[in-house]
Design a protein around this ligand. Structure first.
Ligand SMILES: C[S@@+](CC[C@H](N)C(=O)[O-])C[C@H]1O[C@@H](n2cnc3c(N)ncnc32)[C@H](O)[C@@H]1O
Length: 274
């Protein structure tokens, strides 16, 4: 089995849409007329959750009508935010068929299908014309992709010159052994976490100039503390549990403690296509 097949299997749940809709209905939401905020907590699969997406979008200099490709779009929470808050026209692409289907369904239920669409495909062979996007985003996807030189070359190819690429990725900040399972991989075999230095070098090699870099660990740590306090009070983070399935608690805890120990960090970089 190829790495991509293993990664898609890792994320496939089997009955994710039913699980999400049931939990939304149980919370009193109208599942046929969803608002984006109804999905908070279930449709963003990265550290810092929606707060991180809001800050990231602000740094990307978005405006109405910009064409944006979200690579590894998951359930589409970030893509819907870029469209709903800024008026971007968003194309999401993701390896995991089930995520693509659920992302399109949630988007239609939010009334955003004319601005946002998702298709299945690989970040290493993007099914888009060269120069067809003004912005590209990559949020917590690089950890599953070994060949980052090819990834960034593909992303550079689909951007217009002067276009911006925003990435928000978990990176390794010092030497040390990662604990597994992690949210993105049960074992090291499909985990390719790299350092900010490596990311920067590969970005420059692919024709990007890095214009902004920031460590979002403080936000991730604060949200992890809040989630722990809620769990201690009997309020579990059901959205993340639904997404992660087996061993969800252990997987969350492994990434959170690695960030707290300074071994990993969620890093945002904004790069311009030169
Ligand atoms: C941790 S999730 C993040 C999803 C989304 N970006 C978010 O922040 O909510 C990682 C996503 O990357 C996708 N992915 C991993 N490797 C990929 C590849 N080679 N091509 C396209 N998508 C990929 C997975 O299917 C999964 O949906």
């Amino acid at each position: 089995m190829s790495t991509e097949e293993k990664v898609a299997n890792h994320y496939t749940h089997g009955s994710l849409e039913t699980a999400i809709l049931q939990s939304l209905a149980a919370d009193g939401k109208d599942i046929d007329n969803l608002r984006i905020r109804d999905l908070a907590g279930v449709d963003e699969f990265h550290l810092g959750r929606h707060a991180a997406t809001v800050d990231f979008a602000r740094d990307l200099d978005l405006s109405a009508g910009l064409r944006l490709a979200d690579i590894g779009s998951g359930l589409g929470g970030p893509a819907r935010h870029f469209a709903d808050s800024y008026g971007c026209i968003v194309s999401g692409i993701d390896l995991t068929e089930e995520f693509v289907q659920v992302a399109n369904s949630l988007t239609a239920r939010c009334g955003l299908a004319d601005q946002v669409s998702f298709r299945q495909g690989s970040a290493l062979a993007l099914p888009f014309e060269s120069g067809s996007f003004d912005r590209t985003t990559l949020i917590h996807v690089g950890m599953n992709i070994e060949d980052k030189a090819r990834l960034f070359a593909e992303i550079r190819r689909i951007l217009t010159p002067g276009g911006r690429f925003g990435l928000y990725e978990i990176m390794q900040m010092r030497d040390g052994t990662l604990p597994f399972p992690m949210p993105w991989a049960m074992e090291l075999e499909t985990s390719f976490v790299r350092s900010p230095d490596e990311y920067r070098l590969l970005l420059e090699g692919a024709g990007f100039a890095v214009e902004l870099e920031q460590d979002r660990s403080a936000l991730a740590i604060r949200l992890a503390h809040e989630a722990r306090a809620k769990a201690a009070g009997g309020q579990r983070d059901q959205g993340f549990r639904t997404l992660m399935g087996p061993r969800a608690g252990e997987r969350s805890s492994n990434v959170n403690t690695s960030v707290e120990a300074g071994l990993l960090a969620p890093i945002e970089m904004i790069a311009r296509a030169v």
